[in-house]
Design a protein around this ligand. Structure first.
Ligand SMILES: Cc1cc2nc3c(=O)[nH]c(=O)nc-3n(C[C@H](O)[C@H](O)[C@H](O)COP(=O)(O)OP(=O)(O)OC[C@H]3O[C@@H](n4cnc5c(N)ncnc54)[C@H](O)[C@@H]3O)c2cc1C
Length: 549
């Protein structure tokens, strides 16, 4: 495979698995969520030999199920967590301007006020502090105060009889699953070996020292991978994996479930996102490609981390909280999508409520050759990765360069701004609408060139997958040939977000999608059928909370 190649596909997976069997690594990373992918990129870009091993698809855990905000976390100010907020705001600035401007976009939120003076002073002071904590670099506008009339203009859906005014501020948002996959592809570009659908089943040891891991790739035989340091970035799987490995953890990871619903664009009339305070936390109403994501909840969770689903109570709670300020009220029948995720929260006190647990992260080194990291937020993944690799590097007994990821744009970021100035030219060159070119640039950045080349010999791939969605057929092929998608679920749930964006979750188009990818993935008629069945079962399970009868 050529140096600097970032493609993830079946051939790459075979080659990387063969390399895992053969070679010894500086770092082997367990878990391909945003934290593990970030560690792989941090290590590989310091010149270390890195392997990233993920049991399922990239971002198939929490990292595809967040609120998708790149934010300081306004509510952490109330918990006096200034260090976390400041760090996250610095990361937000870097992502919007340098690291991933094609993916991380500014988004405004309106904080409606229901009382004239005291609330405005309190919230206004909080937002002034929020804006000040980001320091002198400012890609996003300063917050502003709005009177009742202006609020009614910006967000006609807010109940005018109870809203006395509002304050608007800016944060940023990202397609989390796409972003994590692009971090992994960037790590690949700098030499990391990446094996998805490969489970780490145990550690290998020499005395007390951990010298690698045992892995079981899907469709292959189990084997050992040798590494000087093993880093666990297992999110909510951390505590069960410590137990399986027979290690004593320096912390406990507790799970807190958060659910979101998705409603059509016309269900809420607003030019801005909305944030309201709830009894325990906050509720976000977030614009999402012509639709709205509304959430979230925060409830302790003790079941299987592999399959969190939203309950009827979760959906009721979200609707009730949103309807405190919205008119017309949201109804259960408005909901087109629903998803739930699990926050990995660090705890040393077993009884504290999950809403009060800190979102800061912890690095643990229980035995030589083994490091783990957990906690944190999506937004702070880069800092978490740097901290984990710093601790791991101390074991390598050689000089390891400092982290360079603060200056390392993700794949597709270079030239993105220049390309946005060439939309009409690109549209003409490839015979695609300007709207579609903009959609592609915000998903692939400068990688758009490779993607569009796939349509040269197959012009039928320039068509939309579904007239109601922006995705083109070529994106499905690209997902398999360059982005490591291996199942129908990977394509519909994570490379695209059709599973929660489409009113029928993509059920009407999955047959077409399967035909596009069957050849590169080597699927015969039985496998095609099985992929569709698995997807249907997944949709049924996820939507359980929406069944009314
Ligand atoms: C509802 C909700 C909303 C959130 N909203 C935000 C937000 O708006 N902004 C923000 O900054 N943060 C947010 N977060 C937090 C953020 O999503 C998480 O902190 C982050 O995604 C955790 O990433 P991770 O890589 O640590 O874990 P994960 O993404 O869960 O990754 C762990 C990976 O380990 C893999 N794995 C497990 N066992 C094995 C094994 N044996 N072998 C190999 N691989 C294994 C899993 O398959 C999984 O992919 C939110 C979280 C939730 C739940």
């Amino acid at each position: 495979m050529p140096l600097l190649d970032s493609a993830l596909n079946s051939q790459q997976r075979e080659e990387d698995l063969a390399s895992l069997k053969r070679e010894e690594f500086d770092l082997v990373v367990i878990g391909g969520g945003v934290t593990g992918a970030g560690i792989a990129l941090d290590g590989a870009s310091r010149g270390l030999k890195v392997a990233l091993i993920e049991a399922g698809d990239l971002a198939s855990g929490t990292s595809s199920r967040s609120s998708k905000l790149i934010h300081g976390g306004l509510r952490y100010l109330e918990q006096y967590d200034f260090k976390l907020v400041k760090e996250a705001l610095r990361e937000r600035e870097m992502m919007v301007t340098t690291l991933a401007p094609h993916l991380v976009k500014p988004v405004s939120f309106l904080f409606p006020l229901t009382e004239k003076f005291r609330e405005r002073t309190y919230v206004g002071a909080g937002l002034a502090l929020y804006d000040l904590l980001r320091g002198f670099k400012r890609a996003l506008p300063w917050h502003k105060h709005l009177d009742q009339k202006k609020v009614a203009k910006v967000a006609p859906s807010l109940q005018s009889d109870i809203i006395t005014g509002g304050i608007q501020y800016f944060d940023a948002q990202v397609d989390d699953a796409r972003h994590t996959m692009l971090i992994a592809r960037t790590a690949k570009r700098y030499g990391a070996r990446i094996a998805t659908y490969t489970e780490v089943t145990d550690l290998i040891r020499e005395g007390k020292r951990v010298i690698g891991v045992k892995v079981r790739p899907e469709g292959g035989r189990a084997f050992d991978v040798k590494a000087k340091v093993t880093i666990l970035a297992g999110g909510v799987w951390t505590s069960p994996l410590y137990k399986r490995f027979g290690l004593k953890p320096g912390y406990e990871v507790r799970m807190s479930k958060g659910a979101h619903i998705v409603v059509p664009g016309d269900a809420i009339s607003s030019e801005s996102g909305i944030i309201i305070k709830t009894p325990l936390s906050v509720l976000f109403i977030i614009p999402w490609f012509g639709k709205w994501i509304v959430g979230t909840t925060d409830t302790e969770y003790k079941d299987d981390p592999g399959s969190p689903v939203a309950s009827k109570a979760d959906v009721d709670y979200i609707l009730t909280q949103a309807n405190r300020v919205l008119t017309p009220r949201l109804k259960l029948s408005d909901v087109i999508g629903v998803y739930a995720g699990l926050r990995p929260l660090i705890s040393s006190a077993p009884d504290s409520p999950t809403t009060k647990l800190s979102r800061e992260h912890i690095v643990d080194r229980p035995v030589p050759g083994f490091v783990s990291i957990a906690g944190g937020k999506y937004t702070t993944y880069r800092v978490m990765a740097e901290d984990a690799v710093d601790v791991a590097s101390a074991e390598l007994r050689r000089i390891v360069p400092d982290s360079s990821t603060a200056q390392l744009p993700l794949l597709g970021a270079d030239g993105y701004v220049a390309l946005t100035n060439k939309v009409p030219l690109l549209a003409k060159e490839y015979g695609i609408s300007e709207e579609s070119i903009r959609h592609l640039l915000d998903r692939y950045g400068s990688e758009i060139a490779t993607l569009l080349e796939l349509t040269r010999d197959r012009p039928e791939l320039k068509k939309k997958i579904d007239p109601k969605l922006e995705y083109l057929k070529v994106e499905v092929l690209y997902a398999v040939e360059f982005e490591g998608a291996r199942t129908l679920m990977d394509i519909v749930d994570r490379r695209t977000r059709i599973a929660f964006e489409s009113e029928d979750h993509g059920l009407a188009i999955v047959k077409d999608l399967v035909e596009i990818v069957a050849k590169p993935l080597g699927w015969n008629a039985t496998e095609k059928k099985s992929q569709i069945e698995q997807f249907k079962a997944h949709v049924k399970n996820e939507r359980i909370a929406l069944i009314t009868s």
